[in-house]
Structures are given as C-alpha cells and as structure tokens.
Design a protein around this ligand. Sequence first.
Ligand code: UP5
Ligand code: MG
Length: 198
Amino acid sequence: WSSDDVTVIFVLGGPGAGKGTQCAKLVSDYGFAHLSAGDLLRAEQERPGSEFGEMIKTYIKEGTIVPMEVTVQLLENAMRSSIESGNNPKKLFLIDGFPRKLDQAHAFERSVCPSKFTLFFSCSEAVMEKRLLHRGETSGRADDNAESIKKRFRTFVETSMPVVDEFEAQGKVVKVSAETSPEEVYREVQKGLKERGV
Ligand code: UP5
Ligand code: MG
C-alpha cells in the first residue's frame, strides 16, 4: 500500500489506561480496524511452532519491550490482512499500545506508514493499578499481577513516555484524561478526533 491512502492513528497510554476499551468503541462507530500490538504478541506467543514464543513470554512478564523487528512485522502482516480482507475499504487503523519505544516509532513511520496523530490516554498509576489488579482476577494475563504491573509502569515512564513527548513536540498528540467512566472518556475522544478532522 502507499502511505497516502492508509490512515494510522497510534493509541498510547499507560498499562490499564483503557486503550483497548476505547478502541473497541471507535471500531463500532467509525469502522477502524483495531490492531493491539500486545494482543498480536500474545497470539504469536500461543502460535504452535512460533520461534518467538518463549522470548515474548519473558518480555511480557517482565513488562519490557519485545525487540521491534518482531512487533513491526506482526503489525505489518495484520495491516495487510485487514486490507486484503476487503473489510477495511478506507484503510483506517488504530494501532493500540505501539510504538512504546523511540526506535519502534522511527522504524514504523519510516518503513510502514507515518501516523496521522497519537491518541494519548493520561491516567494516574493508582487508578491504572486498581483497574489492572481487578482485571487480573479473571483475565489470565501473565502480567496482571502486582509485581509485573510495577515493572510495566517503570517501562512506560522510562521508555514509552519519550515517544509521546516526541510526537507532542511535533504537534501530533490528542490528549484525553482517562480517569473517568468509559463513556465520559469516549465523549472526550470523539471531541478530540473531530478537532483533527476524523
Ligand atoms: N477500564 C477501562 N477503562 C475504564 C474506565 N474508564 N473506568 C474504569 N475501568 C476501566 O482496560 C484495563 C481494565 O480497566 C479493564 O478491566 C477495563 O474494563 C477497565 P483496557 O482497556 O484493557 O486498558 P489498556 O490500556 O488496553 O491496558 P493493557 O493492560 O492492555 O495495557 P498495556 O499497555 O500494559 O498492555 P499491552 O497489551 O499493550 O502490552 C502488554 C505487553 O506487551 C507490554 O508490557 C510489553 O511487554 C509487550 N509489548 C511490546 O513488547 N511491544 C509493543 O509494541 C506492545 C506490547
Ligand atoms: Mg490493551
């Protein structure tokens, strides 16, 4: 595809900020394809015969960032499938939980497609921790426990916030407070998208 006819919006925010929840709402109202980097990595980890399974498992448990070659390839494959399926005629993509390291951001925008902007959910660690521990009671996610959550928070602050800061400096961030109810947050999201012509 050419980057002129594909629209990519990055969706960033700390662990448990509500990226997946808000993306699901946008999918049903705007027809975006939703690609969660974390979901793609978890699926790859489960795929029989994957050469990356064990490695991905370790990175996720430790809350660190899987080497970008793996993630960029999974995203690119998922974008291609979405376009080829015919179910995404406008080629609209929400890329959730990516890029969370500067090297990934630069590689993706250079080799796949520049983003239109980044939707950024800001949320305090106290609120995010509460949500994740609650979800951990039933999610089965290997990283929804107090120890992994602490590591994910540290990676977010040290490694992922610099990505948001860089996009912010380029005037490419729509920031939404994610502390209120999902419906309230979504109203702010819709307002933010409208201001950017989406
Ligand atoms: N909830 C949501 N919104 C709420 C609201 N407004 N009020 C009250 N509750 C709300 O929500 C989390 C929980 O909170 C849910 O129970 C929800 O009902 C509730 P969710 O929408 O799932 O939040 P989200 O931001 O998507 O949280 P998630 O846990 O998915 O965020 P992470 O960024 O930590 O997870 P991700 O799957 O993106 O990544 C996992 C790991 O994969 C990373 O730590 C990393 O090791 C690896 N990874 C990479 O290596 N590279 C990548 O590029 C991406 C991931
Ligand atoms: Mg998520």
